[in-house]
Design a protein around this ligand. Structure first.
Ligand SMILES: N[C@@H](CCC(=O)N[C@@H](CS)C(=O)NCC(=O)O)C(=O)O
Length: 227
């Protein structure tokens, strides 16, 4: 099986964390990215988005082209350890939080904070920190408080165990951290503790290290904005 997509995409990372938790082996092609699509990628995903998964060698006929679809496939492929709660209510809650993180949170982090810093530096321009801080405040107004509220006093977002909901949130926050934004302890202490709990897992920690190495290799130096 082959997984395709740039390692800095939070959606690609989400699928890779699920694969790592389940010890699923795959060939990895990091080339497809919003900054450039390799020739022939359209045969795999005509809508040009990553991640893409080819479950059957290089055969594009059975491509699965969305992180939620890929993670759902991985869960059936290798059921243990389960990353979707068994009980109906917790299962539904996990899918809801995954959806909030993949849509609203991803959009606001990607366009509002990540791109003004990362894409600017990558294209030789100064980081637009003013736009990024304004983008962070948009997150801090409603989305982050909502997610922190959903976590409450619990260790994980849906049920007692680490699940797809925790992965979906963590992978987005990893991109926030990559461009210098930690969650401020005074406003988002519980969410930050949840993030630290999740990134301590070996399935996640490996990507923190690899992402850092990759941006250093690209010559991208990011200043800390919020610690
Ligand atoms: N809902 C999709 C979102 C995938 C997505 O938006 N990926 C971004 C990269 S992070 C992409 O491919 N964007 C294409 C573009 O901007 O042209 C998923 O969960 O996989």
């Amino acid at each position: 099986m082959k997984l395709l997509g740039s390692p800095l995409s939070p959606f690609v990372r989400k699928a890779r964390i699920v694969a790592a938790e389940k010890n699923i082996a795959y060939d990895y092609d990091p080339r497809p990215s919003p900054l450039g699509w390799p020739e022939g990628f359209e045969a795999i995903n005509p809508f040009k988005r990553i991640p893409a998964l080819l479950p059957d060698g290089d055969n594009p006929d059975f491509a699965i082209n969305d992180s939620s679809a890929i993670c759902g496939y991985f869960e059936k492929h290798t059921p243990s350890p389960a990353l979707y709660p068994e009980a109906a209510l917790e299962h539904g809650r996990a899918l809801w939080i995954e959806e909030v993180c993949d849509s609203d949170l991803a959009g606001k982090i990607g366009l509002g904070v990540f791109r003004p810093i990362f894409f600017n530096i990558a294209s030789g321009k100064p980081a637009d920190t003013k736009t990024a801080h304004a983008g962070f405040e948009v997150l801090a107004e409603k989305l982050l408080p909502y997610l922190q509220d959903q976590l409450g006093e619990a260790q994980y977002l849906a049920g007692e165990a680490f699940s797809i909901a925790d992965i979906a949130l963590t992978t987005q926050l990893m991109n926030l951290n990559l461009v210098g934004f930690a969650l401020p302890k005074d406003r988002f202490g519980a969410l930050r503790a949840h993030y630290e709990r999740c990134i301590a897992r070996p399935s996640v920690a490996q990507f923190i290290e690899q992402d850092q190495q990759m941006i250093e290799k690209m010559g991208i130096v990011v200043e800390r904005q919020i610690d």
